[in-house]
Design a protein around this ligand. Structure first.
Ligand SMILES: [Zn+2]
Length: 132
């Protein structure tokens, strides 16, 4: 496994517990997802872990036919921009989409999505899938 910043490692550890966690700035209340060391809004460094709703809206997407090697086995898949209920935007894998119906999905944007934790060799990561 690659070396990572402690707050990034914590983020992955929370996935093992089935939790989707983000950081909330104790100064201005902004959320960070994925976690970063400094608040994007006020540059504060006093951030606390909070459980995220896991809900958001898919606002844009593209087909990723040739992903990087770690995700090649998922190819081709939809890679999309999700705006989380708490505010942050997160670009990630979108599961549960019929690749023959991308146009239909595009017409429906923004589409409600929910977080799904995926198991990989030795670790978990987060993806999203359309609701309903
Ligand atoms: Zn802040």
């Amino acid at each position: 496994m690659v070396k990572m910043q402690p707050y990034v490692k914590n983020w992955y550890d929370f996935f093992e517990e089935g939790k989707v966690m983000g950081l909330k700035c104790n100064r201005c209340g902004s959320y960070e997802f994925p976690p970063v060391a400094t608040c994007h809004n006020c540059f504060g460094t006093d951030l606390s872990w909070v459980e995220m709703s896991g809900r958001g809206k898919l606002v844009a997407f593209t087909l990723n036919p040739y992903p990087d090697p770690p995700f090649a086995e998922y190819a081709p898949f939809i890679y999309g921009e999700v705006v989380l209920e708490e505010g942050p935007a997160y670009a990630t894998m979108i599961l549960g989409v019929d690749l023959d119906k991308q146009e239909e999905l595009y017409e429906r944007l923004p589409v409600d999505v929910t977080a799904v934790i995926q198991q990989r060799d030795g670790y978990k990561f987060i993806a999203f899938e359309p609701v309903g």
